[in-house]
Each structure stands twice: as C-alpha cells, then as structure tokens.
Write a protein that binds this ligand. Structure first.
Ligand code: PEP
Ligand code: MG
Length: 321
C-alpha cells in the first residue's frame, strides 16, 4: 500500500469530475523540506516559525531568521511558502520564560504577544520580507480575534517595509497577507476578515479547542474533542463560504486536513486547499482521486443539520463509502 501511494507523488490531486485540489504541507523547521518534497506537496501551507525559537537558550535575530526563511523559499522553487508569524505562548513557551497566566490558551499568545513586543515582531517581519525576494512567500497572522489586531499588524508591516525601502533592501511588495481563522469570533467574522486579507487559513486545532472549551493538551477531556461537532462544522462552513464570496483562497491547516476520513467532508464544505503533515499527503490525495464532488453536497448538508452524534457518524460512513 505504501508503495502504491508513493506512485501518486507526481499525480495531480484531481477529483473524478475534474476539479483540482491544492495539497500543501505543514513544516516546523527548514529541514522538514525533504519530507515535503518526498510526498509531492505543491507548496508550504503552514510554516510554524515559532519552532525556530524553541528548545534553545538565545533567540534568533533578523539575520538568522532571514537565512532560514530564504532557504525554504529557495528550496521550494517558486511553489508558495506560507510563513506564519510567531505563535508563541500557551503550549509553546520560550526557554526560561515560565507561564504566569492562569489560562495560557486565553492569554498573551501569538499575534497578541507580537503586538505587545513590537521589536520582536519587527525583526521577524523584516526577515520574512527580505526572504520574499527569493521565492513565493505568503505571510500568515495567527490567532486573530478582531479587526483592530489586524490593523495594528498591518501598520507594523508597513513600518517594516518602509525601513527596508530606506535601506534599499529588496522585497516582494505584493507579498500576500493572510489570517488564521482559529477563534470562533474570527470564524463568525470571516466575511469581515475576508475583505481585508488576501487569503484565509482555518486552524481547526485551536478552533475546536475554543469552540468546545476543550483544552487540546488536557488528556482528561480529550474524549470530548470532536471535529464533527455541528458547531465546529458550521464555523468551518461559514469561513469557507465567506472566503468564496470575497473571491479569496481559503485552506484548512489543522489536523483535520490530514485526516483521510474527513477529506470528503471538507471537500463537500467547499474546501479546495488543504495543508497537512507531509506524512498524510498521499493518502489524502488518493481519497481525492476517488471522489466525485457532485455527490457530496446533499450528504454534507445533512451533516450540517444533524443534531444527534450517532447520526453524524452514520452520515460520515455513507460519505466515505
Ligand atoms: C491550528 O490551530 O489548527 C493550527 C494549525 O495551529 P497550531 O496547531 O500550530 O496551533
Ligand atoms: Mg493554532
């Protein structure tokens, strides 16, 4: 079976009715690129840049970050590379900084932390912008909850661009800017974010955590963590529809995107771009190759309206049969 999957590496991810689907990979460090290529991804949908900052005593400055981002951009040879700005805090703490917040997942993390530490953010933005001259880089902001945060981030991005202009350092002036939809408030406001961004990326790991109030790192409630909860599906559906309406691309980059049992469900919700751990990519591609899109909407719409969890699993089984 593994050998069979390997043969799909260069096959395009197209459904039986001829619809193209984009399959991208998630990475944590530049050395993950080998795995990305071995599995035939046509882009990086999520580069979790905070991993450059973890498991070390010092922090990488602008130059070290620039070299890492440039390496990924160059090695992907023109395929898109989506770099997410720092998602530190909560379960990803810097060395030596302990968590003093009673609810770290609701605390100063990701874009909130970056807006509170503008110098840290400035160095990263400059590094990403500089790397954008060497490949096709897209910038992704994590954990947006309000437009105010996006406006502040845009202001700092403009400031970083200005500083590069002043030094005559080249960058891609048209680098696309996207936002992660991973807080329920952002999903419900997806139509607003879609007006101000070039693309959306749905982070289902956090979206499920915050929608269901289930700590994703707490084993004692892991059995309640349910990607098929109707409220979760409604939020994903709304985010996809909002992006479609605004005419911008949307992807899912949480674990749901790499779960082959959920591929048809996501396709039926209108998703055409997936980003996942490279190890799952070929199995998801195989499922896409076996799928006839026109058959999906009626069953998926029934799932969106389902009230009983048992029925949800029955519908899912039918969708996958
Ligand atoms: C997510 O929340 O789904 C996501 C992709 O981000 P992370 O898992 O890094 O929080
Ligand atoms: Mg997340």
């Amino acid at each position: 079976e593994k050998q069979k999957l390997k043969r799909l590496k260069t096959t395009r991810a197209t459904t039986l009715d001829g619809t193209e689907v984009e399959l991208h990979a998630n990475i944590e460090l530049p050395e993950d690129i080998a795995d990305v290529k071995a599995n035939g991804a046509t882009g990086i949908g999520l580069f979790r840049s905070e991993f450059l900052f973890l498991n070390r005593r010092d922090l990488p400055g602008e130059e070290e970050q620039f070299l890492a981002y440039r390496k990924v951009a160059e090695e992907m040879h023109g395929f898109p590379v989506t770099i997410r700005t720092l998602d530190l805090g909560a379960d990803k703490q810097l060395f030596g900084s302990e968590n003093t917040s009673a609810n770290p997942a609701l605390g100063l993390r990701a874009i909130r932390l970056c807006l509170a530490e503008p110098q840290l953010f400035h160095a990263q933005l400059r590094a990403i912008l500089r790397a954008s001259h060497y490949g096709k880089i897209k910038l992704l902001i994590p954990m947006l909850s309000s437009l105010t945060e996006l406006n502040q981030a845009c202001h700092l991005l403009a400031h970083a661009k200005q500083s590069l202009d002043d030094e005559n350092i080249p960058y891609d002036a048209n680098m696309p800017l996207g936002g992660m939809i991973e807080i329920p408030a952002a999903a419900l406001a997806a139509h607003i974010f879609a007006k101000h961004l070039d693309f959306l990326s749905i982070g289902t790991n956090d979206l499920i955590q915050y929608t269901l109030a289930i700590d994703r790192t707490d084993d004692s409630v892991a059995h309640l963590y349910d990607p098929l909860h109707p409220s979760v599906l409604q939020l994903i559906s709304y985010a996809i529809k909002s992006a479609d309406k605004a005419g911008i691309p949307v992807s899912v980059c949480g674990e749901m995107a790499g779960d082959v049992r959920l591929t048809r469900l996501l396709l039926g919700l209108g998703l055409r771009q997936f980003s996942m751990h490279p190890a799952h990519l070929l199995a998801v591609k195989q499922q896409i190759l076996r799928t006839n899109l026109p058959e999906l909407p009626s069953l998926v719409n029934r799932m969106l309206k389902t009230e009983e969890p048992e029925r949800m699993h029955m519908h899912l089984a039918r969708l996958n049969s």
